[in-house]
Design a protein around this ligand. Structure first.
Ligand code: CIZ
Ligand code: SF4
Length: 319
């Protein structure tokens, strides 16, 4: 604790000294989220992180999250220095969608509009027509369907399936999943619901269809936090990364929040329901990169100019 306090103090001072702002995702550990709040940074989902970083006047963005979030920040703000606590923090969706294979897949369907989730590399974004996050995907796909477009969707198959069901759009899905959300089990949620019959079930659509089917609310991280605040239920069963409980409990201070099970018997393991790559963001490596300037996101300018097109479509989209 004394060491933690000293690290936090160093980070506060370095943020000022380096004209830097901390932009953190809801899935980062609570101490990092708290530090972002306290130092005038932001805690948000990937869409709001992108907007905040782009619009902030700081010359350095320290992005605590996973690699695609740092890349998105750099694509939108090439003039800013973008640092991450570690560039090793990746995402199973990004890993599951290598650009060469994805491009070949797209080439096989030249008549289709390519929509990719934000959880992808800059190169995949450059190949896409549209980038979306889970908070805006339904609206964008509805809009494209109304224009008569047929789609390729990548990389998350569960989110793609959910959007296809909700919108009725003609979509071909890339086959990849989030290793965290893919572990939630319908049987476990069902057992938990028997113990807490009045609980509402909140589910992120990266979860398997069987779990989504049981949900009272399906939504992105920010949508689930808003639902936690607004629902009348006193107890909420939540199927998304458990680090979200920090902000969710702030939004719903009197409610009991329960982690959705990742095993069929109602048990849940300690390392489950938390993204291992989000967990690589630590106070220590935050302090180190602010000091040394290492772990900087660099994107080749030609690639950046192609990737920004599909990202800007999302950011300027109004339903
Ligand atoms: O699972 C993720 O990585 C999410 C939910 C990202 C986001 O859009 O905030
Ligand atoms: Fe990727 Fe899943 Fe981690 Fe989000 S929680 S960064 S989708 S692996």
């Amino acid at each position: 604790p004394a060491e933690q306090q000293a690290l936090k103090q160093d980070i506060r001072q370095l943020l000022r000294q380096e004209d830097a702002v901390l932009v953190a995702h809801y899935y980062c550990d609570p101490e990092i989220q708290a530090l972002a709040e306290e130092t005038g940074g932001c805690v948000a989902d990937s869409l709001e992180m992108a907007r905040f970083g782009r619009d902030h006047s700081a010359s350095t963005l320290l992005v605590a999250g996973v690699r695609f979030m740092g890349e998105t920040a750099k694509i939108l703000s090439p003039e800013k220095r973008v640092l991450m606590p570690t560039l090793e923090a990746t995402c199973s969706l990004d890993l599951g969608c290598p650009v060469d294979e994805f491009s070949q897949f797209c080439d096989q369907h030249p008549d289709r509009t390519v929509v990719v989730y934000a959880n992808t590399s800059a190169a995949v974004k450059a190949r896409a027509d549209w980038v979306v996050t889970s908070s805006i995907a339904l609206q964008v796909v509805t809009h494209l369907k109304e224009q008569g477009k047929k789609l390729i969707w990548g990389p998350d198959k569960h989110l793609g399936h959910y959007i296809q069901q909700q919108t009725g759009a003609d979509m071909i899905l890339w086959d990849s999943a989030c290793i965290v959300h893919d572990e939630f089990k319908a049987k476990g949620v069902e057992d938990l619901k028997k113990v807490h019959p009045d609980a509402a079930i909140l589910v992120h659509p990266e979860s398997p269809d069987s779990v989504v089917q049981m949900a009272d609310v399906v939504g992105s991280t920010s949508q689930l936090i808003a639902a936690a605040r607004d629902l009348a239920n006193d107890t909420l069963i939540v199927a998304t990364d458990k680090a979200i409980f920090y902000k969710m409990q702030q939004a719903a201070p009197d409610k009991l929040l329960i982690e959705a099970p990742t095993a069929g018997n109602g048990a849940t393991c300690r390392s489950c329901a938390h993204c291992p790559w989000m967990g690589m963001n630590e106070l220590r490596n935050m302090r180190d990169v602010l000091k040394t300037g290492s772990q900087e996101i660099i994107i080749e300018e030609g690639l950046r100019q192609r990737a920004v097109i599909s990202l800007d479509r999302m950011l300027t989209f109004t339903p």
